[in-house]
Design a protein around this ligand. Structure first.
Ligand SMILES: Nc1nc2c(ncn2[C@@H]2O[C@H](COP(=O)(O)OP(=O)(O)O)[C@@H](O)[C@H]2O)c(=O)[nH]1
Ligand SMILES: [Mg+2]
Ligand SMILES: [Zn+2]
Length: 299
């Protein structure tokens, strides 16, 4: 027992296939490990991205994961841990679904991640980046216009991703794989959507943590990473909008939801040009959805 503890090492789980896990230590060495059953009894199974304590195997023997260290963040579909920065990728083609974007941003905040936005394909629309930046400036969400195929803006995006475990998300075809290939020198599959749908489900892969070129990125192979929203109290939605914070407590009604109540400080801030009308409009749409789900919660 004592001898074992002395051999205990720490590493990051970069991939898990079946009951075998690949863990990389701080020196970059990788180990194939198995996991003790006791974690399963605690309903805690190792996820890609986990920091773990482990004892490496000797000779033909497998090594073992001994402990999963506390997670900073956690997603279940796909199971990944410790993603701290979400990179929302938007592009002019396919046409951006900004309601979906705000839904994902709201969930990322709820899961304890921070968010930056990459506006790709500046070659197709040089102005989209500026418009998106205007909508998100008050929320403190930084926006990076990039052109993944020509390399424009990629240095700034890379700088913003450094030091965090990042995950790219966004609509299919926005350019997530192209961006990762350009930033990290990878060879992920890119291409038009019809081609990939035609290939069917064979391309489904496990999430994998990639460390390269000074970046750490979770490649979730097309998954969204964010939990489907279960049940959210409508009052809680506004807490996921950092730009509302300066106005909290300044509305006529203490319980103001910043919907269309008279004397709402958020409405005034939109009228005065301090908050984006488009983004606040989408907040109100998400609020009405959230209320709908909340009303029918016992159905
Ligand atoms: N014009 C243009 N096309 C791009 C750019 N970045 C990616 N694409 C193309 O957009 C398509 C989808 O890219 P992909 O990386 O597969 O998107 P993903 O589904 O988000 O991973 C591919 O055909 C890419 O070549 C860009 O900066 N400009
Ligand atoms: Mg892709
Ligand atoms: Zn209000």
């Amino acid at each position: 027992m004592d001898e074992r503890n002395m051999e205990t090492m720490q590493g990051t789980l970069i991939r898990g296939i079946g009951s075998f896990y690949t863990v990389r230590d701080t020196g970059g060495e990788t180990y194939t490990l198995r996991c003790k059953k006791k974690f399963r009894r605690q309903r805690m199974s190792p996820m890609t991205g986990d920091e773990v304590l482990f004892v490496p195997g000797k000779g033909e023997e497998d090594g073992w994961i001994e402990e999963i260290l506390p997670r900073k963040t956690e997603c279940l579909r796909p199971p990944v841990a410790n993603v701290t920065r979400l990179v929302m990728v938007i592009s002019p083609v396919p046409e951006p679904d900004m309601l979906l974007t705000d839904r994902l941003i709201s969930r990322a905040f709820a899961q304890g991640m921070d968010v930056i936005i990459a506006v790709n394909k500046t070659d197709l629309d040089p102005d989209l980046g500026r418009r998106i930046r205007e909508e998100y400036a008050a929320a403190g969400i930084r926006v990076f216009p990039v052109c993944a195929v020509q390399g424009e803006g990629l240095d700034e995006l890379k700088e913003a991703m450094r030091g965090e475990l990042c995950c790219l998300t966004g609509q299919s075809g926005a350019g997530k794989s192209t961006i990762l290939n350009a930033l990290m020198g990878l060879d992920l599959e890119t291409g038009d959507i019809s081609h990939r749908i035609a290939r069917g489900k064979n391309t489904t892969r496990q999430a994998e943590l990639i460390e390269k070129n000074g970046l750490r990125v979770m490649d979730t192979a097309g998954f969204n990473l964010l939990e489907p929203e279960k049940l959210l109290e409508p009052e809680k939605l506004k807490e996921r909008y950092p730009e509302f914070r300066p106005y909290e407590g300044k509305c006529r009604f203490r319980e103001c939801m910043h919907d269309r109540e008279p004397g709402c400080a958020v409405t005034r801030a939109v009228e005065d040009g301090f908050l984006s009308a488009a983004r606040v409009g989408r907040y109100r749409q998400l609020l009405s959805e959230t209320r709908e789900v909340w009303r029918s919660r016992y159905d």
